[in-house]
Design a protein around this ligand. Structure first.
Ligand SMILES: Cc1cc2nc3c(=O)[nH]c(=O)nc-3n(C[C@H](O)[C@H](O)[C@H](O)COP(=O)(O)OP(=O)(O)OC[C@H]3O[C@@H](n4cnc5c(N)ncnc54)[C@H](O)[C@@H]3O)c2cc1C
Length: 409
């Protein structure tokens, strides 16, 4: 949508072909329905959130970045608000509103939007793009922008069609794989805590028994494992680790603000002061009730023990569990459930100044279809908006240059 509108505003005649009945189905469910549009952090930090491929985006972001995106939405009637960690959301907190703003803008830009129109084939003439085919019907075009997204959440329309379309013109596809994906636990210890969100905890990732990363934040217990921002962020490394056949564990520090000594003192005090109460009741002051069963299953300490009965060994076990709840990870949820598809069109084959294909003249590629993936925090949508904006303006330039004094098309 951003690519189409930008191209139209730059003077090109634009047809936007959308496979679904509605455009922006994925956009409408982003950020748990609130749409984390972008992040306000500065360009260097922003790029770091994309890992090694982030450098590709530097020029794109110089062309159209977070401030420009916020101004764009403000100019189109959508106010935004900055939240924890520099995350930008619509003030209304409603992702579908972002979609309607984009649709109105497309309309005003003069873009023709054709729905229920899956592009099945790219058409070429002498290694130049000549148009596309949709259900047997040919649409000639002097330039084509491919922005079909990745292969996750296929019900939103991103079913991975772009990989085949890009391959058909010789592009290399870095194998698509899930990124920002929930993890599956090997044991059922955390099942009783399903649906519980823990805030401000420490999560350490171990790969082959070695500490690989440690982050702080929110974690959600799911039906078969763990999710939430900390896990989604770590999941990229986990997916790669499983691809190598490595063993993966995570360790939760439920009380990162207290070191082991302070927490031990707290336990000693609680067991002493509340000596007649049972352990389950005493621990309620330290952890949510949904986690109690997990605690007793994993430590094998009897919940009916009274505070004054707790032995030194039992106290040490509880302390160890609170500071280092270890879970063996047996896998990750499938690509269809990933927030982002890692992999995609090889960036070496794309000109970062224009998003133009280096292989086929007047073909442009933008968005998640490219081999770009970032952490949660608004980075992925900004990349889609920025690459779309650049592709739109470069595609319009190419068409207008091609037609020189003729009518732009
Ligand atoms: C649940 C969820 C929450 C998310 N939350 C956030 C968030 O808060 N912040 C953030 O930064 N990122 C978030 N993301 C990631 C973000 O939504 C994507 O990175 C972004 O939407 C990618 O934009 P895109 O335009 O490249 O692809 P998409 O948004 O997937 O759009 C691709 C479009 O192309 C259409 N299409 C596909 N194939 C064809 C075809 N053959 N012919 C015609 N049309 C076709 C699709 O129907 C779709 O409309 C989230 C993702 C998910 C799944």
């Amino acid at each position: 949508m951003m690519a189409a509108g930008t191209a139209a505003r730059a003077g090109a005649r634009v047809l936007l072909l959308e496979k679904m009945r509605q455009p922006g189905r994925k956009l409408a469910i982003t950020g748990k329905g609130r749409c984390n549009l972008t992040n306000i952090c500065e360009i260097g930090e922003f790029i770091n959130h994309f890992g090694k491929n982030g450098r590709f985006l530097r020029q794109t972001f110089h062309h159209f970045f977070n401030r420009e995106l916020i101004d764009f939405f403000a100019a189109n009637g959508l106010q935004t608000v900055s939240e924890r960690g520099g995350r930008i959301f619509p003030l209304s907190g409603k992702a579908p509103e972002v979609v309607s703003v984009m649709r109105n803008w497309l309309n005003q830009s003069g873009v023709t939007l054709r729905l229920n129109s899956p592009v099945e084939e790219l058409l070429f003439q002498d290694n130049k793009i000549a148009g596309v085919r949709v259900q047997g019907e040919e649409f000639p075009a002097a330039a084509v922008i491919l922005a079909t997204g990745g292969a996750s959440y296929p019900k939103t329309g991103s079913t991975g069609d772009g990989y085949a379309l890009a391959t058909s013109c010789g592009h290399t596809i870095i194998p698509p794989r899930p990124a920002l994906v929930p993890l599956i636990c090997a044991d059922n210890f955390t099942n009783p805590a399903q649906g519980l969100t823990l805030r401000n905890i420490g999560v350490t990732l171990f790969i082959q028994g070695k500490k690989a990363d440690r982050i702080f934040g929110e974690l959600l217990f799911t039906e078969d494992g763990v999710s939430g921002p900390t896990i989604l962020t770590l999941s990229r490394q986990v997916v790669d680790a499983f691809a190598r056949g490595d063993q993966v564990e995570i360790e939760l520090d439920l009380k990162p603000a207290l070191d082991a000594k302070k927490l031990d003192n707290r336990l000693i005090r609680d067991f002493h002061q509340r000596g007649k109460e049972n352990l389950a009741s005493i621990l309620r002051g330290l952890i949510p009730k949904e986690l109690l069963l997990t605690c007793f299953m994993m430590t094998a300490v009897d919940p009916e023990r009274r505070g004054h009965q707790i032995t030194l060994t039992e106290r040490k076990k509880l302390l160890l569990w609170l500071k280092g709840l270890r879970l063996t990870i047996s896998g990750h949820r499938p690509l269809a459930e990933a927030i982002i598809t890692a992999g995609g069109v090889d960036l070496k084959e794309i000109n970062p100044k224009t998003m133009a294909s280096r292989l086929v003249e007047n073909l442009f590629i933008a968005g998640e279809l490219l081999d770009l993936q970032a952490d949660t925090g608004g980075y992925n949508l900004q990349a889609a908006f920025s690459t779309g904006h650049l592709a739109g303006s470069a595609a319009a330039d190419s068409v207008i240059t091609v037609d020189s004094n003729l009518t732009p098309s």
